[in-house]
Design a protein around this ligand. Structure first.
Ligand code: HEC
Length: 106
């Protein structure tokens, strides 16, 4: 009995951990300095980006994350500036971030 309670607790931790793994990745890559989850900040909200890119190309979004610049969706976002290049983000992180952002679309 004690063991199964412990097992359940560990399972919960694992689920909670994986659910926020990419938000953590966004924080460690400084994305959240300019992006918020639901509200506009310096950059568009992650939610708006997800909905605008729904069904789009993950690889293209990952490439934009590294290169920055003026987005093809700038008309929608109405940000005051282009996104500065995020050259320090690894290819693997850029792909994981793009997949995570896409997954936020409702
Ligand atoms: C210095 C501020 C800043 C930082 C840091 C930043 N962004 Fe951005 N981001 C922006 C702005 C501003 C835009 C809107 C650009 C536009 O509309 O032309 C944007 C747009 C985007 C888009 C939309 C691209 C599209 O075509 O729809 C994605 C995705 C994105 N950012 C992801 C990230 C990720 C992931 C990180 C972290 C690795 C990050 N950003 C870091 C400011 C920032």
């Amino acid at each position: 009995m004690k063991l199964s309670v412990l097992g359940f607790a560990v399972a919960c931790l694992l689920v909670a951990g994986s659910a926020s793994a990419s938000e953590e990745l966004a924080k460690t890559n400084n994305c959240m300095v300019c992006h918020k989850m639901a509200d506009k900040a310096m950059g568009p909200s992650m939610q708006l980006i997800a909905e605008t890119n729904a069904g789009g190309d993950v690889a293209a979004l990952a490439a934009f994350i590294k290169s920055g610049g003026k987005s093809a969706n700038a008309e929608t976002y109405k940000a005051a500036m282009p996104m500065p290049p995020q050259a320090k983000v690894t290819d693997a992180d850029a792909k994981a971030l793009a997949e995570w952002i896409m997954s936020l679309a409702k």
